[in-house]
Structure formats: structure tokens, C-alpha cells
Design a protein around this ligand. Structure first.
Ligand code: FAD
Length: 496
């Protein structure tokens, strides 16, 4: 693999892909180099999916600016990309009278940051809004919203007309200079005039490859539990605690998802290894116990699965405090835009960051509009959101719309086939999961997993090439015939 590009974007998270989509408006040669087997496999696919209003970020910070601007753009952004967006609002709940002054400080900061329609509500109003939630008072933020973070990330990538996506392509080193950079990868060298470092947890390492030794990322894991959809009606809006003082996150919150589940989390634990996205029994107990303080009666049986996301923090647990977003080109490496420490609210801020970085590129490489850019984009058709009448029409055109493969989430064969034929040629089981939603229900793929494998084989995939998540995560390591022959050989060996 090799190629010459105007811009090389390192990292296919929501920030890198938002920039790719923004640059695809122009006639520029753009490549996204992504270490994983698909986009959205890093932090961008594993967060709360909240479009934050800007209450929680210090006034005057870079975070506040991009948070508020991004939040303002988000609804139109999701509408253009056919991505779920629900303005469900958020309440930050004071458990006792002692926490009410904290709500007042948060409100003052929100107002200073330009957040609209904030109000402090008493326990009676809170009870009317959220009958299942216990609290003495709350800060009501009705403009807060939720989205589906991985659907957004994938839509940004797939709609980026003409951008070349190089998956399973880690950048190992960078040489050269502005106008003629060389990015070394295991499959060859990629040349680019400009580089955008949007490598999330590895953005400090990519900066060092480009000769910039200013930043260090401290990974901080956040674990979540996902509750069964039968519990989806327990809350109407997002329910947050008063943020813990000096804590690494916003505290354990209860967040509805755009698909009708509820998330509990995230925890906040610093770790040395940014890839260590394990989930643990200890945190599972902690999340259930802390969430039960607001929402009594939760049971471990309500949990269908767990996941964790990693915060790319610029402050260590020892130092603590606030770390701002870095969105900078620095004198040591002209021609490289660094996006470092893009932790929460990075999802919310992504549209605004992309606009800024696109302007930076076009100041250096003026470009005409791309006639192939499509302002409106449609993702895989979601049959479950259609009326029976529409589905009947679809089935008339293609009977695969009438065959349910994932029973928990009601995903049809046609949706899975569309996901298999995705624009990026991502072919892991997770690539299909995150595009179609199959395997995300109560049974977690117990029923539909083997059926999806059958569909992949029908589409010409070799069973031994199938992976869960790319790399060495093989689904099959041989045939049962091989296994039988191996066992027989072992028995013969033992006898002799
Ligand atoms: C627990 C948690 C909850 C959050 N909740 C919210 C929320 O509700 N709302 C919100 O606005 N924000 C939230 N965030 C923050 C948000 O998820 C991030 O700010 C955002 O996803 C960052 O996107 P990114 O593209 O910068 O990074 P990433 O998604 O991490 O993408 C970086 C990509 O770079 C790739 N990469 C790394 N090194 C290399 C290399 N050498 N070569 C090639 N590719 C490489 C990685 O594989 C990865 O795919 C949350 C974060 C966490 C951890």
C-alpha cells in the first residue's frame, strides 16, 4: 500500500471522521489511517452518547467553546446524516439539601457558557417529571440530548465522498516535513502534505512520531452497564448526580439510549494500559448500588451486558484537576494539527472541531467544492422504526425485509446484508453489529450470531478469515474435521 494525499488523518474516531466528512466537501485527496479493523472502535463507540449542553466545562476554556458550538450544530448534523437524535433533557439531582448550592453554581456556569433554559426545580416538580427518581431538587437542562455515537461515527465515515479509509493500518512512524510527510505503516508508506493527529488515546504517541514531545495521555477507564429494554421506561430524561468534587468524570449517571435501553455509568479508574477495556464484577456492583440511590429497585437481572470506554486524560490521577482540549499546530511540527486530550465532551464538540480543522487545511491548500459531496446521507434502513404498512411495501420489493434474523432487536436479513456490503469493506462481526444493531439485544447474539455467520459465508467469506473485531480475534480456528483428526492423532500418540 502507498499513496500521495493532501491530508492524512490518523485515527477514525468521531473526531477524525467528522474532519474527513468536512474535508470531503472539497476536492482534496484525503486518507484516514485507522489502526482498528473499523471506525468507531475506540472511545467514540464507547461513551454515554450525550450531546452535552456545556454546563460542566469551565467558562472561557477551549472545551467550553467547542462544546457549546458543537451542541448548537448537533441536531441538524444528525438529521443530515440520518443518525438518531433525541432531545430528552437532563436533570442533575441533589440527593439532599446540602447539594443545592452545587446546583446553583452549575447553573451559574451554564448561563455564563451560553446554555439556554436552565432552571432549578424542587422535589415536587422533579417527581412529576421523573416519578421514579428520588431527590431534594434538581437542575433541569431541557436542551441536553442523546445520540447514537457509533452510528454517527460510521455515518460520518461512509458519507465522506472520495476519502480513502485504510483500516487495520496503524501509523508506526512519521518522517518528512510540511508538504512532504511520510507515514510508515505495516503495509507501506503513505505520503501527505498535511497531517491531522486525531489518534485519541495514542495522540501523545503520534505527536512524538511527528517530533512533538509536549503531552502525555493518562487513560482513565469508565465502565457501564446496559439495562434491558423492559426497564427503558423508568426514566424520561438523563439523570445525573452532582459531579463529585475533584473526580475524573461527571459521576455515575442514568442515561437513556436512542434505542430504548438505559446505561448506568461510567466509573472512573486510571489505568496504565489504554487498551485495557475490561469490565469488572466490582464496578458492576458499584454502578448498581450508586444508581439505586436515585432509582431504587434496580436488580442485577436487569443488566444485559457491560462495556467500558477510556478517557484520554491530560492530567494524571495524582495531579487531578482540569485538562483542556488541545487543538493546535505547534512550531516544532508545522503542517500537523494535533487534537490531544479530546475527552468528554469530545463527541458533542466533534462537528465544531471538524469545522475549525477544515478551515486550517483550506488556508494551506485552497480547494474547489467537491461535486460528489452529498449534504444528506442515509444509513442502513432501520425496519424496526417503520410502520407495518411501510414494511409490507418493502417486503414486496425484497422478501429479505420480511425475514427477522435478530429476534431481540427485530433486525431483518436485508439490514444485515446491507451492513455486510458496507462502504468501508469492514468485515468483522462487530462491523455488522454496529451497523445493523443485530446481536445487541437481551440474548447478545446467542440466537442470531450463527445466522450472521451463515450470511457472511453466503457472501463469499472464508470461515477462517472471520473475526469478531479484526486482528487475531478469529471466530473459527479450523473445521470440526480438523479437530477430529487432531484428537485421533493425539490418542494414537498416547497409546504408542
Ligand atoms: C466513559 C466515557 C464517556 C463519554 N461520554 C461522552 C458523552 O456522553 N458526550 C460527549 O460529548 N463525549 C463523551 N465522551 C468523550 C468522547 O467519547 C470522546 O471525546 C471522543 O469519542 C473522542 O473521539 P476521538 O476521535 O478523538 O478518539 P477515538 O474515538 O479514541 O479515536 C481515535 C482513533 O485513533 C486510532 N489510532 C490510535 N493510534 C493510532 C495509530 N498509531 N495509527 C492509526 N490509528 C490510530 C484508534 O484506534 C481510534 O480509533 C466520553 C468518553 C468516555 C471515555
Amino acid at each position: 500500500m502507498s499513496g500521495k494525499f493532501d491530508v492524512a488523518i490518523v485515527g477514525g474516531g468521531v473526531v477524525g471522521c467528522a474532519i474527513a466528512r468536512e474535508l470531503s466537501r472539497y476536492q482534496l485527496r484525503v486518507a484516514v489511517l485507522e489502526r482498528a479493523a473499523d471506525v468507531a472502535r475506540g472511545t467514540s463507540g464507547k461513551n454515554s452518547g450525550v450531546v452535552h449542553t456545556g454546563i460542566n466545562v469551565p467558562t472561557g476554556s477551549v472545551k467550553a467553546q467547542y462544546n457549546v458550538d458543537g451542541a448548537r450544530m448537533f441536531e441538524q448534523y444528525c438529521s443530515d446524516l440520518d443518525v438518531p437524535f433525541v432531545r430528552c433533557g437532563k436533570v442533575i439531582v441533589a440527593l439532599g439539601e446540602a447539594e443545592i448550592p452545587d446546583l446553583e453554581s452549575l447553573m451559574a456556569r451554564g448561563v455564563a457558557n451560553g446554555v439556554r433554559d436552565l432552571e432549578i426545580i424542587d422535589s415536587a416538580i422533579l417527581k412529576r417529571m421523573e416519578p421514579n427518581i428520588e431527590g431534594a431538587a434538581a437542575l433541569n437542562a431541557p436542551t441536553a440530548a442523546i445520540t447514537c455515537p457509533y452510528t454517527l461515527n460510521i455515518a460520518l465515515a461512509e458519507s465522506a465522498a472520495g476519502v480513502e479509509f485504510m483500516l487495520s493500518t496503524p501509523v508506526l512512524d512519521i518522517s518528512g516535513e510540511q508538504g512532504a510527510f511520510e507515514l510508515e505503516t505495516p503495509s507501506g508508506t503513505v505520503s501527505a502534505a498535511l497531517i491531522i493527529n486525531s489518534a485519541g488515546l495514542s495522540s501523545d504517541k503520534v505527536a512524538r512520531m511527528a517530533g512533538v514531545n509536549r503531552w502525555r495521555i493518562w487513560p482513565c477507564r469508565g465502565e457501564y452497564l446496559i439495562l434491558d429494554k423492559s426497564k427503558g421506561g423508568l426514566i424520561n430524561s438523563m439523570v445525573y448526580p452532582v459531579p463529585p468534587k475533584g473526580g475524573a468524570g461527571l459521576g455515575i449517571h442514568i442515561t437513556p439510549t436512542t434505542d430504548g435501553n438505559i446505561l448506568l455509568g461510567p466509573s472512573a479508574d486510571y489505568t496504565d494500559d489504554g487498551d485495557d477495556v475490561r469490565t469488572t464484577a466490582k464496578i458492576r456492583r458499584q454502578l448498581l448500588q450508586e444508581a439505586s440511590e436515585f432509582l431504587p429497585g434496580l436488580s442485577p437481572r436487569d443488566v444485559i451486558t457491560a462495556y467500558s470506554g477510556m478517557r484520554p486524560k491530560l492530567v494524571s490521577s495524582r495531579v487531578g484537576g482540569f485538562g483542556d482540549f488541545v487543538i493546535e499546530e505547534v512550531p516544532e511540527a508545522p503542517g500537523v494539527m494535533h487534537l490531544v486530550g479530546i475527552e468528554s465532551p469530545g463527541l458533542t464538540a466533534a462537528p465544531a472541531i471538524a469545522e475549525k480543522v477544515s478551515g486550517w487545511v483550506r488556508e494551506r491548500i485552497p480547494a474547489r467544492k467537491n461535486p460528489d459531496f452529498k449534504p444528506k446521507w442515509a444509513t442502513v434502513r432501520r425496519t424496526r422504526e417503520e410502520s407495518l404498512e411501510v414494511i409490507n411495501g418493502l417486503v414486496g420489493d425484497d422478501p429479505a425485509y420480511g425475514e427477522i434474523v435478530c429476534r431481540c432487536e427485530m433486525i431483518t436479513r436485508r439490514e444485515i446484508v446491507d451492513a455486510i456490503n458496507n462502504k468501508l469493506n469492514a468485515d468483522s462481526l462487530n462491523a455488522i453489529k454496529y451497523r445493523s444493531r443485530a446481536t445487541m439485544g437481551r440474548c447478545q447474539g446467542g440466537f442470531c450470531g450463527p445466522r450472521i455467520v451463515d450470511l457472511l459465508l453466503e457472501h463469499g467469506k472464508d470461515p477462517e478469515s472471520l473475526t469478531l473485531n479484526g486482528g487475531g480475534s478469529w471466530l473459527f480456528s479450523g473445521t470440526t474435521e480438523d479437530l477430529r483428526a487432531e484428537r485421533k492423532a493425539r490418542r494414537t500418540e498416547v497409546k504408542s
